[in-house]
Design a protein around this ligand. Structure first.
Ligand code: FES
Ligand code: FES
Length: 149
């Protein structure tokens, strides 16, 4: 059993403490926006925020997330208003199949919090998420658009 605070709501999850946070989020709490891609911290599809930092939830044990503020893609918008990264994604028509996009958006939101005006080098160094549809150029354009918003 573990107590997790996800998107401001505290929930008890009935899992082994070593279970990856990703599976608690998806299968216990039912928030399926966070995706499984590789399971070995390589693709970024599972990215969530832990205390505001981007974390790949497929390799983080549930026990390490207890007592921390977890934010998933479902909790990124504020009330009825999209986060500026989400709005830039809509405006720049970034997604193709969409599978990687929740993780990509969470990684970018954390980047902009740390570096409000990232350079291309900052983006290349930080946004290492993999998109099999090849949306990388649109992602870059949308990051710069979000930085100006
Ligand atoms: S599923 Fe976590 S990084 Fe790929
Ligand atoms: S939009 Fe399809 S994998 Fe990225």
């Amino acid at each position: 059993m573990a107590r997790l605070t996800i998107n401001g709501k505290t929930t008890e999850v009935n899992v082994n403490p070593s279970t990856p946070l990703l599976w608690a989020i998806r299968e216990q709490v039912g928030l399926t926006g966070t995706k499984y891609g590789c399971g070995v911290a390589q693709c970024g599809a599972c990215t969530v925020h832990i205390d505001g930092k981007a974390v790949r939830s497929c390799i983080m044990p549930v026990a390490a997330a207890e007592g921390k503020q977890i934010t998933t893609i479902e909790g990124l918008a504020s009330g009825g208003t999209l986060h500026k990264v989400q709005q830039a994604w809509v405006d720049n028509e970034v997604p193709q199949c969409g599978y990687c996009q929740a993780g990509m958006i969470m990684a970018v939101a954390a980047l902009l919090k740390d570096k409000p005006k990232p350079t291309d080098a900052d983006i290349d160094g930080t946004i290492t998420n993999i998109c099999r549809c090849g949306t990388f150029q649109q992602v870059r354009e949308a990051i710069h658009a979000a930085a100006k918003a």
